[in-house]
Design a protein around this ligand. Sequence first.
Ligand code: XMP
Length: 593
Amino acid sequence: MVHPGSIVILDFGSQYTHLIGNRIRRLGAYSEILPPETPAEDLKDAAAIILSGGPQSVYDAGSPQADKKILELGKPVLGLCYGLHWMTQTLGGEVKPGHVKEYGRTKITIVDGDTLLQDCGDSCTVWMSHGDEAVKLPEGFKLIATSDTCKNTAFADETRKFFALQFHPEVMHSEHGIDMLKRFVDVSKAAPWSVESFAKKIGDDITKEVGEKNVFMLVSGGVDSTVAFTLLNQVLGADRVVGLLVDTGLMRKDEVTLIKQAFDVLGIKNLHVEDASEEFLSNLKGVTEPEKKRQIIGDTFLAVQKRVSESMQLENGKWMLGQGTIYPDTIETGGTKHADKIKTHHNRVDAIQKMIDQGLVIEPLKELYKDEVRILGEELGLPHDLVWRHPFPGPGLGVRILCADKPDTIETPKLDISHPSAILPIRSVGVQGDNRTYRHALVLFSKEKEGDIDAMIPLATSIPNQSRDINRVLVCLSHADPFEFSFTPLSITRERADLLRDADNLVDRIMRSENLYQSIWQFPVVLLPAGSTPGGQTIVLRPVESTDAMTAGMGTIPASVLAAMTKGLLAIPGIDTVLLDMTTKPPGTIEWE
Ligand code: XMP
């Protein structure tokens, strides 16, 4: 059953489903993501329904379908992209492949601004990502916006409060997208919602779920587990909560000391630190496959937790396991279903899933998005700097130390570029169209250093569109002249972890001293098993700007700062190349695996 008065998003498989969910909440209504086939009966308490986009064609056999009765509930419905196609077909209109396979920014002209588009003026630019289009509107609908490439870009039945948009108002590239969603929230008359008001419900849920038990919690030092641990301490009291910080050997420089100090300041003393770095590193020895690395890290976490909790004599049936899992980690949207074959979240490995099924896991933040966790953290009195730290992945540096036992390369595809270039001999994760991909990265070389990077961004954006084999584009900061990358078979070792720790620490210190830390969302520093000389390794700088990690662009760092970072990084023995990742998400993900 849904929360009364919430806006339900039926997920047809779009990569942007969580983005819609988060935007709706920022607009003050609670959003929930449910599978497309959810029976209409279950949606009776919802205020309105949004039908997400999705990669398939609605006229194909086996394409995802919603319960037709949702259109008879008398609730406002907003169909986006595939959601528009499904609404059109179900209500008697017609959908066909478009003449142009539209992808990216498109100018639309407003024909009738009535309800949804009244803040858009005469025209605006929006983000389109689907080739199909409605060629005949269902009865009762009128056209509200059009574009050169897709006549029926947006249409509405104001009487039934049904709205259909061919584009994605939820992505930041859509001008006035947020205004359109706000108009829909207003029409839906959803129950008002805020993190602050939700915190009380979360507290009540914790008390109910935990009952007489106590909670044992793995704390990583990341924002999510820090907030969850603090919340559990405040709701249940320190004598019913024990925290365990496992030093995985894959943490940032001085991370453990810093976390301990931060909790000390808050008066939270029930945190036990276990140095398990040897165990993690020996389990990861020789392992190169990204998914296997994630699995091992997750399983080792569990083994250590089990061993330590046994030694702490917690295993007497009175304890639950606490986790800092947040909403996007728990709701597997259609768009990430496929991705999960490439990337399993460490909070959802089999052993933990089994415990969840037995009701032995408490995840107090499981309904919140990251920005909401931060707001809650400040509400709980955690220091601003701690709460607003850049996100750091659970598997830590493990997903930033790239490993391979043999080079994996392709011929440079035919591209319309004037810069010399090279293909990296390893692949990385990306997201192209509505699917996750595991493809190659192209490195561009340039003689002009200062100011040239800005000029390269449009080029970096165009290259993955020119060749589907490329999902990332980088510029070489350390070398002006092109070279072939020299590959070294490497897995995770303590030496490599230390090397990356030093590199990451140098970048972090420069960002803080230059007052740039808060200006960007996240700054992964990645170590590659290839360099400009035999045995040399590469550091990739990946500064990103984002609001929720679901879409991202390159974060702007002044050329002089990049130069200082490059100089410092090249002085670290073992590193001979520095690259800057210019890729947006999509087509690249934030992390490299
Ligand atoms: P991607 O790479 O998918 O990352 O663009 C989106 C956000 O998620 C973080 N991330 C992870 N966090 N466990 C985590 O706890 C993971 O396995 C993981 N992988 C990615 C990433 O740092 C970014 O903030």
